[in-house]
Design a protein around this ligand. Structure first.
Ligand code: ATP
Ligand code: MG
Length: 399
């Protein structure tokens, strides 16, 4: 396949271009593509006609390994609806046919049926789309005699796109990550535990363009060093999607000991969750996050009934986003596997929520009663003490 230049086309569709945000969105997409591309070689990255073009600038960057690895990276970029690897052709029918004959056989080796589709965004190109498809289809059949045309349900759709500068030939596209460009939707503070749900919640918000920071609560020595490492590993897995993620770690040890000694057991979890909301709010304030994000799902456990959530949220000083609130555990697990956090999430380490767990947690708590229980504690002093334990770890994507 010498002499054929392969590029990656990432398509964002028209959807995200509504309103006046076009140039901002494009800039965010370009920044994210360039950040990833620079780890694999030298590429020119630019946007045109709802597509980001990624063109290798030297042989090494054009190599199969580099393009493959970069392509996998670009599938994680939020905001793209589809991606493909494509061969570049001069804009003449002869050139298109020549490239198609050289480029497509390998791509179609395992297919039995195909069809051609063409799109001509340059209307000055002297052939209409059906003609282009017909010519290329014929050329493919010449060089790949094992193939037949199936317009209903082909194994592969070969596409010819005649665009502004060049024409492109490719053998099918892949789904992109979807969603909105990273950084296009403000910042949120995710309460990240070591469980299955909260990493998925964070990923869902990132997908909608939110920049996510994390706060993690631990209760050393009741929770272990391994439990903390597990949370950092989850953050690392999330960084695959956003490049960099901050984790603010705060200790709840003394709060939990005081609760154990002074409060009614049935309320431990709710009281703890209210402390979490207060500390997370403070961390959100300090780090410019107008909302909190949790992995709660309605009715999943005692602390996630409607009443429990109301009691919990009462202690937050800003909106709490719960992107999983209407999802079943099974559905959350499917996403968790897809995004690559599941295997880490199920490692069996204690979380501070599993320290001093009540045998009969309240499922229908009354706020007044919870506040009364809280009155047995010096809430302000405990908050100050916990706040003083905070430290921040910045986790970056590894290539
Ligand atoms: P997950 O699977 O996310 O751990 P969970 O099923 O353990 O959730 P809960 O313990 O009730 O459920 O926690 C509900 C939410 O509270 C979590 O999704 C997370 O957002 C937050 N949370 C729980 N524990 C912690 C923690 N130790 N640090 C930070 N946030 C936490
Ligand atoms: Mg949960």
């Amino acid at each position: 396949m010498e002499n054929i230049k392969e590029v990656i086309l990432c398509k964002y569709g028209e959807l995200i271009l509504k309103g006046t945000n076009r140039s901002t969105f494009e800039a965010q997409l370009l920044r994210e593509v360039r950040r990833r591309a620079k780890n694999y070689g030298q590429y020119e990255v630019y946007a045109n006609q709802s597509t980001v073009y990624v063109e290798p600038l030297d042989d090494e960057s054009a190599g199969e390994d580099a393009i493959d690895a970069l392509y996998r990276q670009l599938k994680k970029v939020f905001g793209f609806v589809a991606l493909c690897r494509a061969a570049v052709c001069e804009k003449s029918m002869d050139a298109i046919l020549e490239v198609a004959k050289a480029y497509l056989p390998e791509k179609l080796a395992s297919a039995k049926t195909f069809k051609c589709e063409s799109r001509r965004s340059d209307k000055k190109f002297p052939f209409a789309s059906p003609e282009i498809s017909g010519e290329v289809g014929g050329a493919v059949l010449d060089v790949c005699p094992h193939l037949t045309v199936d317009v209903q349900d082909p194994d592969v759709v070969v596409k010819i796109e005649v665009r502004e500068r060049f024409a492109y030939v490719h053998a099918g596209q892949d789904k992109g990550a979807g969603g909105m460009p990273l950084g296009s939707a403000g910042k949120g503070m995710l309460l990240l535990s070591g469980g299955i749900d909260s990493p998925v919640a964070g990923w869902r918000m990132m997908k909608r363009g939110m920049t996510v920071e994390c706060v993690h609560f631990e209760s050393f020595p009741y929770t272990s060093e391994a439990a903390r490492e597990k949370v950092f590993e989850l953050a690392r897995e999330l960084a695959e999607y956003c490049g960099k993620i901050k984790v603010h770690v705060i200790s709840l040890t003394h709060i939990q000991e005081e609760m154990r000694d002074r409060c009614e057991e049935d309320y431990f979890t709710l009281l703890l969750r209210r402390f979490m909301m207060r500390l997370a709010s403070r961390s959100a304030e300090e780090n410019g996050c107008p909302v909190l994000v949790t992995g709660e799902s309605l009715g999943q456990v005692a602390s996630q009934t409607l009443k429990s959530m109301v009691v919990t949220e009462d202690a937050a000083d800003r909106p709490v986003f719960r992107p999983l609130v209407g999802m079943d555990k099974e559905e959350i697990i499917v996403t968790s596997r897809e995004i690559g956090t599941y295997d880490t999430s199920i490692l069996p380490y204690d979380d501070c929520c599993t320290v001093f767990t009540p045998r009969h947690p309240r499922t229908q708590p009354e706020l007044a009663k919870v506040v009364r229980e809280e009155g047995r504690l010096d809430v302000d002093a405990l908050l100050e003490e916990a706040w003083a334990t905070r430290h921040c770890v910045v986790i970056e994507q590894e290539f």
